[in-house]
Design a protein around this ligand. Structure first.
Ligand SMILES: [Mg+2]
Length: 228
């Protein structure tokens, strides 16, 4: 019987892809790089590879936040101060939020039956801004943003530090729900939790990471939990 739910924020509750697209376009344009499809898709690749390097502990968070812009602008031969670009992007990103279809209703309804905790690998300042704008903190008993916890998913230390702050915590009664195999699902496995992969686009799982359950959207979770 599941009692505790660890919900991921980006691309599980909020449409990070859309927020990122809007904030990024604004930022790149301000620094002289026209945000064409090609540029945005290149940024996505660079960004993803940087976050994977964080998950593998090859880079620190500040190195990612700045380094991804340094790499991108370098490739296009534009000289900028990457730290200033990173700051501008964070500011643009912290002002908007876009719910995935049915996600707000799902969080509201789940919060009446389960103990909800938000588990996000984001930057504290950005996530605080987005959570305020989305007004969903009230549905969670606690918000665990990795920058404040001092470890990132999938590191077991992240989960141990969350667990210490949860009265009566039992990994057997806990499920982590998120869109990332490498951070959410691998993290859940490391911490001995039940795992549910949100796979909206029906992506093929080419990794060795096996989620226990798979759903298309958070909006399906409540009905699914009733069947367990
Ligand atoms: Mg996510």
């Amino acid at each position: 019987m599941i009692e505790f739910l660890f919900l991921d924020l980006d691309d599980t509750i909020l449409d990070f892809h859309k927020a990122e697209h809007i904030a990024l376009s604004k930022t790149l344009r301000a620094y002289g790089l026209e945000p064409t499809e090609a540029v945005l898709s290149r940024y996505s690749q660079i960004n993803k590879s940087y976050w994977e390097r964080l998950e593998r502990k090859e880079l620190t968070r500040p190195q990612i936040l700045v380094g991804r812009f340094e790499s991108l602008f370098d490739e296009y031969g534009i000289t900028v101060a990457p730290a200033a670009v990173a700051r501008s992007y964070e500011e643009n990103l912290s002002v908007g939020h876009y719910f995935l279809p049915g996600a707000l209703e799902a969080v509201q309804s789940l919060s009446k039956k389960y103990k909800l905790y938000l588990t996000s690998n984001g930057t504290a300042r950005v996530q605080a801004g987005r959570l305020k704008s989305a007004d969903i903190s009230k549905y969670f008993i606690k918000i665990f943003v990795s920058e404040e916890i001092g470890a990132d998913k999938p590191d077991k230390r992240y989960f141990d530090r969350c667990a210490m702050q949860i009265p009566g915590f039992d990994p057997q009664k806990t499920m982590i729900v998120g869109d990332s195999l490498t951070s959410d699902i691998q993290g859940g496995i490391n911490a001995g939790l039940h795992t549910c992969w949100i796979n909206a686009d029906h992506k093929e799982n080419t990794t060795a990471i096996s989620p226990e359950y798979e759903l298309e959207a958070l909006s399906q979770l409540e009905a699914f939990l009733e069947t367990l």
